[in-house]
Design a protein around this ligand. Structure first.
Ligand SMILES: Cc1ncc(COP(=O)(O)O)c(C=O)c1O
Length: 368
């Protein structure tokens, strides 16, 4: 006889969801392979490999942790506002930009709303939209186009779907492609009831090759930025959104209290005060990226063009290669199967001596 177990049920939209695959630290798997976190070379997380400005560590030591954080992160917001030339009301902080995406979804997406993703792109866009019960449509860039956008097709998709929210990752993760900002400016005007979320997590890495959407002013534009990547504060979790104050008001309402902790705030202030370090390391990274890409091309791989410090590499069996490199070279690359690209890995550029380890691993893979 079947015994029905009674238990609380999650919302329908949530019950149907699976966790998203991400790059980065994975202790359950690394431990199983006998690897210690500190010794894995992680090419899967796209963080500035030269680390945060040195003043960050001093700031962390000097920060009292027995006080509540300022709920707005006022010192950080003030610095960002000055740097961007905007009033403070245009900025909101989050526990990483990943939290801000979720706050946007909580504030703006209702069950049955349509969301359009220009992909293949960061998996969180789909998760948070589905979590709210939205119908998700995707326009997918094609391999034959080197994953470059097709603006006219994308407009037709906008016209057909008439989405409540659009996600645009600029430059795009994982393809490293940028979108034309004059094109975006026109769409912001044509679709005033659509919220355009432009994720610029990696824009600073392009050193201007991808023009920032921060230069556009529109009441339906939300630009996401983060200090976890270019300022290398990934473990502390701090990002920000820039938008019209009216657009941000609902995000302030749904935000959990004290969402950005005191250490993250102190680190952000110290990091923002040392822009020379960030600019110097990003410029250095540009040169290292060029050499790394060339070395991969020299091995005979198909390497996609990218305006960022990460890029797609066609390898055939991405899952098999990822496993091989972890086991034998303690190197982690991003298997792009979850992006719908099982033949590709995504690699971020690390320091030259670290890139050399990956190249050695790839040579061994090619020999077997
Ligand atoms: C495109 C993109 N946006 C946002 C994030 C999340 O960044 P954060 O660390 O600010 O939450 C990531 C992290 O992998 C990303 O790849």
């Amino acid at each position: 006889m079947d015994v029905k177990v009674l238990r609380p049920r999650p919302r329908k939209a949530v019950a149907a969801l699976k966790p998203v695959v991400h790059g980065g630290t994975n202790l359950a798997q690394w431990g199983e392979m006998g690897l210690e976190a500190a010794r894995v070379l992680d090419f899967s997380a796209n963080i500035n490999p030269f680390g945060p400005p040195p003043g960050v560590y001093r700031a962390l030591q000097e920060t009292p942790i027995d006080l509540l954080p300022d709920p707005e992160g006022w010192p950080v917001v003030r610095l960002l506002a000055r740097r961007l030339g905007l009033p403070a009301e245009y900025i909101i902080l989050g526990n990483g930009s990943a939290e801000l995406m979720q706050l946007m979804a909580l504030a703006y997406i209702e069950e049955g709303d349509r969301v359009l993703i220009f992909g293949p792109a960061f998996g969180e866009y789909r998760r948070i939209s589905r979590m709210m019960g939205a119908e998700v449509a995707q326009w997918a860039a094609r391999e034959a186009d080197l994953f470059q956008p097709r603006p006219e097709e994308m407009v037709r998709m906008l016209e057909r779907v008439r989405p409540k929210v659009v996600f645009l990752c600029h430059p795009n993760n994982p393809t490293g492609t940028a979108y034309p900002m004059d094109w975006l400016a026109r769409q912001l005007e044509r679709f005033p009831e659509t919220l355009f979320v432009v994720d610029e997590a990696y824009q600073p890495f392009t050193l201007g090759q991808a023009t920032s959407a921060l230069n556009l002013r529109a009441p339906n534009l939300l630009v996401l930025r983060t200090l976890t990547k270019d300022h290398a504060l990934a473990g502390l979790r701090i990002g920000y959104a820039v938008a019209d104050p009216e657009l941000l008001r609902p995000l302030r309402v749904v935000r959990p209290p004290w969402n950005v902790n005191v250490l993250a705030q102190a680190a952000a202030v110290a990091a923002l005060q040392d822009q020379a370090h960030v600019q110097r390391t990003l410029t250095q990274l540009r040169q290292v990226t060029r050499e790394f890409r060339q070395a991969l091309l020299d091995l005979g791989f198909f390497v996609l063009p990218s305006v960022a410090h990460f890029f797609l590499v066609k390898v055939g069996d991405a899952a098999g290669l990822r496993d091989f490199l972890l086991r034998h070279y303690r190197v982690q690359v991003r298997d792009c199967t979850s992006f719908g690209l099982p033949a590709y890995i995504r690699v971020a550029t690390l320091k030259p001596e670290e890139n050399a380890v990956l190249l050695e691993g790839l040579r061994a893979w090619l020999r077997q």
